[in-house]
Design a protein around this ligand. Structure first.
Ligand SMILES: Cc1cc2nc3c(=O)[nH]c(=O)nc-3n(C[C@H](O)[C@H](O)[C@H](O)COP(=O)(O)O)c2cc1C
Length: 279
């Protein structure tokens, strides 16, 4: 939709178009072979990234776009090693091998620059009380990086492409390898890597909590609190299915009751904690 169309479209129509892109944005980890994408398209995605909000308008990141197949393959090798390390060092996390990246047409790498945290509120040396700003500087910084990555994924979706959001570049050894390959100072950090391509299969949906479960009107509803044992069940049993199954609602799984056990209602209903007790 160009600017003129946007100006003429009703607010409802604009939201519908935007919402549709947001719902279609998926983490897709398998791309079609042999496709290409123009630099104009990649730049139009970068332009959407440029408009992301950042704390204090610090724009605390740079964007490396990799579209040269040789550099791309070198980046992929680094991520294959990253996922191999994950299988050994973070056992239990349902990671998939990064070998799938081979058909990506381009890779966006968001490189965060932590020096720009200085732009956020700082505790004056002579101010009373504990420094409550330092920790929040971290929040502001990472939220700013999240916003740009989200903009990139949405723009990619709107262009008929698809992408994934890889966070492994934020791990020290992976970031070191990427900085050596791509030439950025190692104190910058590749917090978000977004391989882009044409989807090999249709991945439309993912589990989402019911809207009523996560919206709290005018205060926190204790019946919507997710108990610790629900989290434990997710970690023990459900995480890989919630991450990779192609459905929005758990109720649509044939084996939902078996997988969810006592937590079926908690994962599918508005109130995961009917007792209202906050554990
Ligand atoms: C901060 C963040 C880090 C993520 N890191 C990875 C990652 O390293 N590898 C990966 O395959 N997906 C990663 N994801 C994607 C999530 O697994 C994905 O968003 C989630 O399972 C929901 O699926 P959807 O994006 O298709 O809706 C990450 C997402 C976020 C927001």
């Amino acid at each position: 939709m160009n600017e003129v169309d946007t100006a003429n479209a009703s607010k409802g129509e604009q939201h519908r178009v935007l919402s549709d892109v947001m719902r279609r944005r998926r983490s897709v980890r398998q791309f079609e072979r042999g496709r290409k994408v123009s630099r104009d398209t990649l730049l139009s995605v970068a332009e959407s990234a440029r408009w992301a909000p950042t704390g204090a308008n610090s724009q605390c990141w740079d964007l490396i776009i990799v579209d040269d197949p040789v550099v791309r393959d070198a980046v992929i090798d680094i991520f294959v090693e990253q996922s191999n390390r994950l299988f050994v060092k973070a056992k239990g996390f349902p990671a998939v091998s990064k070998a799938y990246l081979s058909n990506t047409v381009a890779i966006f790498i968001v490189v965060g620059d932590p020096r720009w945290k200085a732009a956020f509120p700082q505790h004056n040396e002579d101010a009373e009380g504990v420094d409550e700003y330092a920790a929040n500087n971290e929040n502001i910084y990472y939220c700013s990086l999240g916003a740009v990555i989200q903009n990139i994924q949405l723009a990619v979706t709107a262009q008929g492409l698809t992408s994934a959001w890889l966070s492994g570049g934020g791990e020290v050894s992976t970031n070191q390898a990427l900085s050596e390959l791509l030439g950025y100072p190692p104190y910058l950090s590749a917090c978000g890597t977004i391989p882009v391509g044409y989807p090999k299969k249709d991945v439309r949906m993912r589990y989402r909590r019911p809207l009523e479960q996560l919206v709290h009107w005018n205060g926190y509803a204790a019946t919507q609190f997710r108990p610790q044992r629900m989290l434990e069940h997710y970690l023990d049993r459900l995480r890989p299915f919630l991450m990779y199954r192609n459905t929005e609602r758990i109720e649509d799984w044939e084996d939902a009751r078996e997988k969810c056990g006592d937590w079926y209602d908690a994962f599918s209903s508005p109130e995961p904690n009917p007792s209202g007790q906050l554990e």
